[in-house]
Design a protein around this ligand. Structure first.
Ligand SMILES: [Zn+2]
Length: 377
């Protein structure tokens, strides 16, 4: 089921209390080419008049309201004493962006990103995380996206100032339920299956789990794994190890894992030091998110720190993944979600990665000039 909600970026407090649910649909029930299109037509109409800050002058089909009707009476009058709102960010997981908003799919070999012209390989490959990466020079501008024949034709993108640049990628799905699952699963596999922690694989896991539980207690960790005592929690029949768990459990897992790694790593090995540094960078990103959790956007110096740390973490991830790929071992799998995490870090100066789901609206007081939305692009 797909659900739509909106929230104000100026709102504070828990996600649950700031989200307003608009509509939901079982995808299989909708009539192809009709249901969703009709929904987006109505939503765009609502957002347009919110932007104008007045009661609608026409109905959703562009027709004037009947003479004598309440709608006709209100048409053109201020909605909220001159206040108006603009659509600031379109937020959702990667599947939503491609299947519902018709933006490029992250599975594409070419054009796999909504925000730039990155591809799987070549000079614009998404797997280049360095500040000099080719794709950085090919990020969309408002004008270039609007004149691109391959752009999404979703109604929302016909609103004044709205384009793919309003897409806000989702930190939870890209990081916790994306790259972190592979990173943490791979670290646990190295610790338990390669002799880093003494004993059989199961005995090594028991040792790790005891360490993690002690860490949780000592540091009063907010969200904890209830149990992590089976190898199947991260080892799979085939493919790269992947830690199972809920997003919040994974988010808080980096701290005990970093301590565990530092205890059993071999400091003489460059690879082990690289993994330690990658986990440290990961933990620093989470520290910043916690520290600035009430901010709509990070202050500039914090945003710079967040972007640099993210760049360090992903570059190390790339080097570690290449090491194991050359060795023929399936560890530290790198997926396109790493690129999404990098975009989120680049945008942290405009919108905090904590903004999780829905349509985010910003309200402006009466004196704000029409055209302010263009600051977005
Ligand atoms: Zn991109």
């Amino acid at each position: 089921m797909v659900n739509w909600s909106f929230s104000s970026l100026a709102g504070l407090g828990a996600t649950k209390s700031s989200q307003f649910w608009i509509w939901g649909m079982f995808e299989k029930v909708g009539v192809p080419g009709t249901t969703l299109e009709q929904f987006f037509k109505v939503l765009s109409w609502s957002l347009y008049w919110l932007w104008m800050g007045v009661w609608p002058e026409t109905d959703v089909n562009g027709e004037p309201f009947p003479v004598g009707s309440h709608e006709r009476h209100m048409a053109g009058r201020p909605l909220a004493e001159g206040w108006f709102a603009c659509l600031w960010a379109l937020i959702g997981d990667l599947e939503y962006l491609s299947s519902i908003l018709s933006l490029p799919s992250h599975n594409n070999a070419k054009n796999c990103c909504a925000l730039c012209k990155a591809g799987l390989t070549g000079s614009n490959t998404w797997s280049d995380f360095r500040p000099t990466a080719g794709w950085r020079a090919h990020q969309w501008t408002y004008e270039s996206w609007r004149s691109w024949p391959g752009r999404s034709r979703n109604q929302l993108f016909t609103l004044p100032g709205v384009s793919a640049l309003n897409v806000h990628l989702d930190w939870m799905h890209s990081k916790y339920l994306g790259i972190d699952q592979f990173t943490f699963g791979s670290c646990l596999a190295l610790l338990t299956c390669t002799g880093m922690v003494p004993g059989s694989e199961q005995a090594a896991l028991d040792t790790c789990w005891k360490f993690i539980q002690d860490f949780y207690r000592e540091h009063k960790t907010k969200v904890r794994f209830g149990y992590l005592n089976r190898l199947s929690m991260f080892l799979r029949q085939s493919g790269c190890p992947k830690l199972r768990g809920k997003a919040a459990e994974i988010k808080h897992f980096v701290y005990p894992l970093l301590s565990l790694w530092e205890l059993y790593m071999n400091s003489g090995l460059k690879l082990h030091r690289q993994i330690r540094l990658m986990l440290k960078a990961n933990a620093h990103l989470e520290d910043l998110l916690t520290l600035y959790e009430q901010d709509v956007a990070f202050p500039p110096p914090v945003a710079d720190d967040f972007e640099d740390t993210c760049c360090t973490m992903l570059c190390l991830h790339g080097q570690i993944a290449s090491h194991f790929a050359e060795e023929g071992t399936d560890l530290f799998n790198l997926t396109g979600k790493a690129h999404m995490v990098q975009h989120i870090s680049l945008l942290a100066r405009c919108i905090s990665p904590r903004q999780a789901t829905g349509l985010a609206l910003s309200a402006f007081p009466p004196p704000a000039a029409v055209g302010k939305v263009f600051f977005l692009v």
